[in-house]
Write a protein that binds this ligand. Structure first.
Ligand code: NAD
Ligand code: UD1
Length: 336
């Protein structure tokens, strides 16, 4: 049994990772400033697992506070989810994104170095690849992010790789997520976006529950089988289990980057149909012009995750929609 520090553990993906960690017998201390989450999520995590975790409110840019938590609780590893994640906002407020994501991660790493904690699992994103030169994206695809959010992720990745070169006794797993959707099967935790959701599945779920009237489909003239954009949607619990596999793979020092996706692309219309099946009602939609910055299709090569961590995603698009709908219908207004 070990103590894992989970930064951003109250957020969408972090809360599901906490469930996976507690269920695997690990102890957890969450460090979160709740800027985009609710402490209720952590109560629900404990309810699901029948086991408690430690929650500390704080900002990852507060190096001393992190160092104190790492030493006080004898942490052996860090799962680092904390940060800002909206592509749109990162274009409007780049300095805020560089501050919270890059400087925040730098301070976290320095606190780890000072307290001798050398194991890190980091939330990166498929966004680091940029416009596809070929598909599926393999981990050696050129890294050329096209927005400030993606560039913050690439800078953090580079910082982690440089740290490993300087001290190969570190263990670092860089996980590049594709499109996380769904919720824990209990329906107790899930994604609770503030304001109007940008992402497809949260928007569809809010149409299904009656919080929004119609879905706008951003483009039906893409070079895809039905003309709508294709993405690699991955169930958030598969993603959470990927973090456990990464942690196990770090039982000896190494540094690696892997895609966490299913390897299968689904179109917007396929997602809408799967969600309609899950919720039992029709999702009204309008076809609109393309959203700036969107690309036709992308999906993951999955062999590296399978080879290095023995992990593959198991849950179907139908399960993602069913679980997302259970969360949304049990909590129409999220954690409020
Ligand atoms: P989220 O916003 O739900 O969770 C992030 C958590 O970090 C929140 O609880 C927030 O309060 C906390 N936080 C933010 N800034 C902080 C700071 N300075 N100090 C302490 N806590 C802070 O996001 P998520 O969807 O769970 O994403 C988690 C991570 O995964 C992020 O790093 C994100 O960039 C990355 N990621 C997410 C997606 C996605 O689609 N959700 C895709 C690829 C990568
Ligand atoms: C976006 C982010 C990406 C992030 C990912 C997380 C951009 C450019 N990229 O990716 O960095 O990692 O979210 O899941 O923002 N769609 C609609 N109507 C909607 C919403 C979306 O038709 O209301 C379509 C989009 O055009 C796209 C697909 O649905 O074809 C998926 O969109 P979205 O969920 O926003 O994810 P990405 O654009 O892949």
């Amino acid at each position: 049994m070990t103590m894992i520090l989970v930064t951003g553990g109250a957020g969408y993906i972090g809360s599901h990772a906490c469930v996976a960690l507690l269920a695997a017998g690990e102890d957890v201390v969450v460090f979160d400033n709740f800027s985009n989450s609710s402490p209720i999520a952590l109560q629900r995590v404990q309810q699901i697992c029948g086991k408690s975790l430690i929650a500390v409110e704080g900002d990852i840019r507060d190096e001393r506070a992190i160092e104190q938590v790492l030493t006080q609780y004898n942490c052996t590893a860090v799962m680092h989810f904390a940060g800002l994640k909206s592509v749109q906002d990162s274009v409007a407020e780049p300095l805020e994104y560089y501050d919270q994501n890059v400087i925040g991660s730098h301070r976290l790493l320095r606190a780890m170095q000072r307290s001798g904690v050398k194991t890190m699992v980091f939330s990166s994103s498929a966004t680091v690849y940029g416009t596809p030169k070929f598909l599926p994206y393999t981990e050696d695809h050129p890294l050329n992010p096209v927005n400030p959010y993606g560039r913050t992720k690439l800078i953090i990745e580079d910082m982690l790789r440089d740290q490993y070169v300087s001290d190969p006794s570190w263990g670092i797993a860089i996980l590049r997520y594709f499109n996380p959707v769904g919720a824990h099967e209990s329906g107790l935790i899930g994604e609770d976006p503030r304001g109007v959701p940008n992402n497809l599945v949260p928007f569809v779920a809010q149409v299904a529950i009656g919080r929004r009237e119609r879905l706008n489909i951003w483009g039906a003239d893409y070079d895809t089988p039905d003309g709508t954009g294709v993405r690699d949607y991955i169930h958030v619990m598969d993603l959470a289990l990927g973090h456990l596999s990464a942690l196990k793979a770090l039982d000896s020092p190494k540094c690696f980057s892997v895609n966490l996706g299913t390897g299968t692309g689904s179109s917007v219309l396929e997602v809408v149909r799967a969600f309609e099946k899950a919720c039992g009602s029709t999702i009204p939609y309008d076809i609109k012009s393309r959203r700036p910055g969107d690309i036709d299709a992308y999906y993951a090569a999955t062999e590296t995750a399978s080879r290095l961590m023995g992990w593959t995603a198991a849950r179907s698009l139908e399960a993602m929609c069913a679980d997302h709908w259970r969360w949304q219908s049990n909590n129409p207004n999220g954690y409020c």
